[in-house]
Design a protein around this ligand. Structure first.
Ligand code: TXA
Ligand code: MG
Length: 349
């Protein structure tokens, strides 16, 4: 399949209207269009067309047991295919459109190809103007996983999409770099009125609790299953996700401890470093990839997947990175990084 590449500027959608009309038509006719969102690029198909979902799984090389998120423009557009609840509407009021996904009971009419056989459906209203325009123009809800090949980091730039999806989709809409850089926060309303946090993102546990006044439980899989006193977990490949080809190891220690540790490393080594560490580490024979200032977790989240793709191109023996804490957006970073590292943490003290 020949993939068509189109640049669209979020500031001038009027000018690009005819392109979006064509993209909308591709979606309505059962084709696949990659589009930018505020989190990561999405690989979109008509959520009301069971065969479009099959095409999405095939293009990603994704096992068909991993359900898709349905993207809509306004929270009430979930009504035809999902059971909305008062808590859903409160979440929507506070955070939609924006980087949050809510799990709801699916209605009968929604294809179980989209939900991977589950009776629940993931619903999201993205805030990116290009995503919003595309959904509106397509006139149907858009099922879209992240537009990467299964297992590799989510694409935050159209160039990443090209690396993974060239020849696999009908159109790629280039809308520039994604502002969040990590996928949406996923929450599941529970029967007791609390929320289960299934995937952390830019909408943090703290924000959900403060704004909604509900208690939020973090699903155990989010932070891994490190047991008390356990040093390094090395589970099988099934835990590797977003993973670069070289092993990634997370360093748990102070900046000084990381510096001493890195000074002892042999071979071709890369380190994802904080801006503040750059000067002290420059004399070492370690390739440095800055992910942002230590306190600026939003910036680190925005850089992470891009940097993982960059280091991957260079063929290092080992990649190291500081282990983030789990406060605020730190939880999203921690969650993605322990997966990229297959839970490999080196304790330095
Ligand atoms: O930011 C995002 O959410 C991006 C952009 C494109 O919107 N999309 C995205 O999709 O990250 P994907 O398919 O890469 O991740 C969707 C996640 C998967 O972990 C999937 O298991 C989960 O959502 N999910 C989908 N439906 C679910 C459901 N009914 N119950 C529980 N988890 C669900
Ligand atoms: Mg994904």
């Amino acid at each position: 399949m020949q993939t068509e590449y189109i640049k669209v500027s979020a500031d001038d959608l009027e000018r690009d209207f005819s392109i979006l009309l064509r993209a909308g038509e591709i979606i309505r006719n059962g084709g696949l269009v990659v589009f930018p969102t505020e989190t990561v690029y999405g690989l979109g198909g008509n959520a009301l067309d069971a065969s479009a979902a099959e095409k999405i799984y095939a293009a990603k090389g994704r096992p068909a047991d991993n359900p898709l998120i349905v993207h809509i423009n306004e929270p009430q557009e979930a009504e035809p295919f999902a059971m909305t609840t008062p808590l859903y509407h409160r979440i929507a009021e506070a955070f939609m459109p924006g980087p949050i996904t809510v799990i709801l009971s699916a209605k009968e009419n929604l294809s179980r190809n989209v939900t991977a056989g589950l009776n629940t459906v993931a619903v999201r209203c993205p805030s990116h103007p290009v995503a919003r325009a595309l959904i509106r123009i397509a006139g149907v809800p858009i099922a879209a996983p992240s537009a990467n090949l299964s297992g590799s980091p989510s694409p935050t730039d159209a160039l990443h999409v090209k690396d993974d999806m060239d020849g696999r989709v009908h159109m790629i809409i280039d809308g520039g770099a994604c502002s969040c850089g990590v996928e949406s926060t996923i929450v599941k309303p529970e029967a007791d009125g609390t929320l289960l946090l299934l995937r952390p993102g830019f909408i943090t546990k703290e924000m959900l609790e403060e704004t909604l006044g509900v208690s939020v439980t973090v699903a155990p899989s989010v932070l891994g299953q490190l047991k008390e006193g356990e040093r390094v977990l090395s589970p099988g490949m099934k835990y590797r996700h977003y993973a670069p080809k070289a092993p990634l190891i997370l360093l748990d220690g102070s900046a000084k401890e990381r510096q001493y540790f890195l000074a002892e490393q042999k071979g071709r080594v890369a380190y994802l470093c904080y801006e503040e560490e750059k000067k002290a580490l420059a004399p070492l024979s370690v390739a440095l990839y800055v992910i942002g200032r230590e306190g600026d977790k939003e910036k680190q989240a925005q850089s992470l997947f891009r940097v993982l793709r960059d280091v991957d191109k260079e063929g290092y023996d080992t990649i190291f990175a500081p282990l983030p804490d789990t406060e605020g957006v730190g939880m999203a970073l921690y969650n993605r990084m322990i997966r990229a590292a297959a839970h490999h943490i080196q304790h330095l003290s």
